[in-house]
Design a binder for this molecule. Structure first.
Ligand SMILES: C[S@@+](CC[C@H](N)C(=O)[O-])C[C@H]1O[C@@H](n2cnc3c(N)ncnc32)[C@H](O)[C@@H]1O
Length: 269
């Protein structure tokens, strides 16, 4: 487990406040941000678990007019970068306020904390969300424990959003790649993608109501299958005109069964 945290520490040092700190696929990150901004309640107290350098946290907060935002990550380097960005954001905001902007600054803070043991009292947030965080935990039991923590700190009537990568759509994508004669794609070596059936059976057994938003299907089909078929070259990197084209189409259509990235919204009862 420690080597996973070290991996994120080194990315935090390397990327600083850049949008790519958590992943080079900044097109998919844009889809995540857009989806979360649509799902999260407005004017709410939000907790972003595994926020990395806060890139998405800073983008989402004004879109949902957040009342307050706390970001936590177990990587000190990521939190240092988030705090540096917060100082810069505050400086820019003060300049705008003195220039006549009347939109108040959103109270934000960033703390070092582990999603498996969140240092907050029960029920203190209106909504709790995490993006590509649970997939860093090595077992389903630890993933369940982290979801329990997210539910614990969320108030009854609030919302917990798990924006994670899922195994079944990756398997479907790989089946399509096999038919096309392409090598299968693998999860990053330490990632453990969530399993759709296992998560939904567990949530149902707990009596929780939830909905699933498969927001990335066409983007994955385009960038992880068609792109290689069209160009005849192996996939390298996450930025290209085809990525941009499929991002554009994804924002207008959807191919749900291939949606490796999905948002599961749990209504906290
Ligand atoms: C793939 S990045 C996602 C970052 C961010 N949520 C985003 O939207 O770009 C995963 C982040 O989760 C953090 N993380 C992994 N395991 C964690 C844990 N047990 N507790 C807190 N943070 C964790 C890592 O340090 C890393 O910054």
């Amino acid at each position: 487990m420690e080597f996973i945290r070290r991996f994120w520490e080194s990315r935090g040092s390397e990327h600083g406040t850049a949008p790519s700190a958590s992943w080079e696929d900044t097109g998919c990150i844009a889809l995540e941000i857009e989806t979360l901004a649509d799902i999260l309640p407005h004017r709410a107290r939000l907790l972003d678990v595994g926020c990395a350098n806060g890139h998405a946290t800073f983008e989402i907060a004004p879109k949902v007019e957040a009342a307050e935002v706390v970001g936590v990550d177990y990587s000190e380097k990521m939190i240092e970068a988030a705090r540096r960005r917060l100082i810069e954001e505050r400086r820019v905001k003060e300049e705008r306020l003195s220039g006549g902007d009347e939109t108040p600054a959103i109270p934000m803070r960033f703390e070092v904390a582990d999603v498996r043991n969140l240092p907050f009292d029960d029920h203190v947030f209106d909504a709790v969300y995490g993006t590509r965080v649970l997939i860093n935990l090595p077992t389903w039991e630890e993933q369940q424990g982290a979801i329990e923590q997210m539910l614990r700190v969320c108030r009854p009537g609030g919302r917990v959003v798990l924006m994670e990568a899922f195994y079944e759509p990756l398997a479907r994508l790989n089946a399509a790649r096999l038919v096309a004669g392409l090598a299968p794609l693998a999860e990053h070596d330490f990632n453990r993608y969530l399993k759709e059936d296992r998560l939904s059976s567990w949530l149902k057994a707990k009596g929780l109501s939830f909905s699933v938003r498969p927001f990335s299907g066409l983007y994955y089909v385009g960038t992880r299958l068609l792109r290689e078929l069209v160009s005849g070259e192996p996939i390298e990197g996450y930025r290209s005109p085809l990525h941009d084209a499929f991002l554009d189409v994804e924002q207008r259509y959807d191919v749900a069964p291939f949606s490796v990235q999905q948002a599961v919204t749990i209504e906290r009862s």
